[in-house]
Design a protein around this ligand. Structure first.
Ligand code: K7E
Ligand code: CUA
Length: 676
């Protein structure tokens, strides 16, 4: 019996249609094949009985004990994770791998009242689409979706300082900033001249700048759009963007920022130099062929055209000098200072280094000297030495110039070592002892290798020393504080794209899989799996929990955007309703278990300006404020003050209420908005 899509949506025919979800194949649960039984676990008494009953092997028990964090005890690290195309971020405890929070960033998040009427979040989301300097569909309104890839925690002297975290939107060329005092999004910046982004967010060692670059180059010839793919070399450009950070607020200031125009290769990942290489940035690229596809017209598909060259280019960028050059030799394009490519070359801001076949990750080691690059189609990790790069630049040791006149350094002059690690190397992280850990996408593994001096020398340097299989298809990986000047080692988190058979089946879209790997033992060992069911996380950064100084409550009346007392905060015993013409302004206090005022009467068409302040000082005493049918849904954390504005264009009795079960009389925490 045929069922139309409309019938399905309306539910009319679903029953009669006999919608069967069937054909479930081999849902293998658990069973890691180690067999076991508590008898051999080395445990005794109650623990041994439980292990036996649950079929846990001695190794299972050891892994459980290594990762278990009892209730009331805290995790040692927090990973701040990209939420992928959910548009959000996640905070997760390590080693427990428990989600502490989904942070509303680019996408409205109802639980946090993010983007449902509160001025403090609505204004951030709507400012996140630039309709003046960038292309956006006016008909579809502000963007409410992002493909988040790389979180970047603010740093002081190359160590995480726990103040802010930034994250890029790969899809639309944007960056968001989350303040780690309250884990809320304070700014979404639509970065000029970036139609997409990837090489970000990477933070300079003292958070002077955050870096982001184009992924797919931006169309600059807006006259001949239809012919632009026949002329990619001229019609498109990349941009390496250095956004100045306000040292007080963490916000990015476009007026103090600059871009360096770069060739229309497909720029990929980036990283900022540190210590010896501080002041410089590194940006990968692939598709230096500048292939565009056209497979319907009989031309090679894009991925074929983009995989021809044996070498692509690593961009080596002097941002510190760039900041000076931008003052005098830039032109403002779409609201930001841009240093043209020829100026970047003549001023010595931009060099290229050959990197093996279709690279993906570029990662600077803790000492700033080594720079690891994984070539997706090359089984080696290539490790460049900063000292050699510097010398080659000083000696003008170039093998050629590229099509745009950018000097290309001699490969042999700048490489410190190459290690054959396996199939599909992508991203590298480091520990405190001079090891690199690189993800192998095709092989589904993590390889551990040694760096050179001062960590390892002679035949101990640049060697593969260990490998562990993961499940499955690893992208990024993260060691604890592993991209700072002082890695903490201990654990590694593998960010796996596929989970396949690792969890109960919950439909055809499967969760990604984070795996916690133990780095304290001679051989790396997978300790636990964690399904991520909200989007595809790309990158995470792991910060020591004791560096985070998040607030328990706001001082009463705080505007979360400014962290200052809101001038429009409602105060206890000063609640009121004021009418001026067609505008009704309301000051409401919120506490257990009432809104005051609890009755508000307005006329159809009135403009409502409603200030709400949670006057609680008790941690966790959060209240909600939702108005049914008006799509208003606000979260008021203890002390928080927000304003919501709307036109009362729907007549009726609207029983506004608190959405958090805050007290025994939570169900009575309700009021009336009468629109007559
Ligand atoms: Cu490898 Cu966007 Cu960093 Cu995905 S990226 S994996
Ligand atoms: Cu306040 Cu429920």
């Amino acid at each position: 019996m045929a069922v139309t899509r409309r019938e399905l949506i309306q539910g009319a025919a679903a029953g009669a249609a006999g919608l069967v979800v069937g054909g479930v194949v081999g849902n293998a649960v658990g069973g890691d094949g180690e067999g076991g039984g508590g008898g051999s676990s080395g445990l005794s008494g109650r623990a041994a009985d439980i292990a036996k009953e649950r079929g846990l092997s001695p190794d299972d028990v050891a892994r459980a004990v290594k990762t278990y964090v009892p209730g009331g005890k805290k995790d040692e690290f927090v990973i701040l994770s990209s939420g992928g195309h959910s548009g959000q971020m996640l905070a997760i405890g390590v080693p427990s791998m428990r989600i502490l929070k989904v942070i509303g960033v680019f996408t409205p998040e109802p639980w946090q009242g993010h983007g449902f009427g509160a001025d403090s979040s609505d204004s951030v989301i709507s400012a996140g689409t630039d309709f003046t300097n960038k292309v956006a569909s006016k008909a579809r309104g502000p963007l409410t979706w992002a493909d988040t890839h790389h979180p970047g925690i603010s740093e002081t002297n190359g160590e995480y300082d726990g103040r802010w975290v930034y994250i890029n939107d790969r899809a639309n060329g944007r960056i968001a900033m989350v303040d780690l005092r309250d884990f809320k999004t304070k700014q979404i910046l639509d970065v000029p001249n970036l139609d997409s982004s990837h090489g970000g967010v990477f933070v300079t060692p003292n958070t002077d700048y955050v870096h982001i670059s184009t992924k797919i180059p931006t169309l600059v010839d807006r006259v001949n759009i239809e012919k632009s793919l026949d002329n990619v070399a001229q019609a498109y450009r990349g941009y390496s963007t250095w956004l100045k950070v306000d040292p007080k607020t963490g916000r990015m200031d476009v007026s103090q920022s600059f871009q360096i125009e770069i060739p229309p290769y497909w720029q990929d990942l980036a990283d900022c130099g540190k210590l010896v290489s501080d002041g410089w940035g590194f940006v990968n690229s692939y598709n230096t062929e500048r292939a565009v596809g056209g497979n319907l017209e009989g031309k090679p598909s894009l991925e074929v055209g983009a995989s021809q060259n044996d070498f692509d280019f690593l961009h080596i960028i002097n941002w510190k000098k760039g900041a000076e050059v931008a003052k005098t030799k830039s032109k403002v394009i779409n609201g930001i200072r841009v240093i043209p490519m020829d100026v970047a070359v003549s001023e010595g801001l931009l060099y290229l280094a050959p990197e093996p076949k279709s690279p993906h990750g570029v990662d600077v080691a803790p000492n700033g000297e080594y720079i690891s690059v994984g070539g997706k189609l090359d089984p080696h990790v290539t490790i460049y030495a900063w000292s050699k790069i510097q010398k080659a630049i000083d000696d003008k040791n170039f093998e050629k110039k590229d099509d745009y006149g950018v000097p290309v350094l001699k490969f042999d002059a700048i490489v410190a070592g190459q290690v054959e690690v396996g199939a599909g190397p992508l991203h590298t992280q480091y520990d405190e002892k001079g090891h690199g850990y690189i993800s192998l996408f095709i092989e589904s593994a993590v390889a551990k290798f040694t760096l050179g001096e001062p960590y390892f020398s002679g035949d101990k340097a640049f060697k593969l020393v260990d490998k562990v299989s993961i499940n499955y298809n690893i992208g990024h990986l993260c060691t604890m504080e592993g991209d700072t000047v002082k890695p903490a080692g201990k654990y590694l988190v593998a960010l796996n794209k596929w989970s396949i058979d690792r969890f109960l089946t919950v439909g055809t879209l499967k969760p990604q899989n984070f795996q916690l790997v133990d780095l304290t033992t001679e051989k790396m060992e997978v300790l636990s799996d964690m399904p991520i069911g909200v989007g595809e996380p790309h990158y995470v950064q792991a910060i020591r929990a004791d560096r985070l100084k998040a607030w328990e409550v706001y001082p009463v009346g705080t505007d979360p955007l400014t962290f200052e007392k809101s001038p429009t905060a409602a105060e206890k015993d000063k609640e009121k309703i004021e009418r001026k013409g067609n505008t009704v302004e309301i000051w409401t206090t919120v506490t257990r278990s009432r809104f005051k005022p609890d009755t508000v009467k307005v006329k159809e068409g009135d403009k409502i300006i409603w200030h709400l302040t949670n006057i609680e000082t008790t941690p966790d005493a959060t209240h909600g404020f939702s108005i049914p049918r008006y799509n208003v849904n606000i979260s008021l954390d203890p002390g928080e003050s927000v304003t919501t504005e709307f036109v009362a264009d729907a007549k009726g009795a609207f029983a506004y209420y608190c959405t958090e079960f805050c007290s025994a009389l939570h169900l009575e925490m309700q009021g009336w908005l009468l629109v007559s």
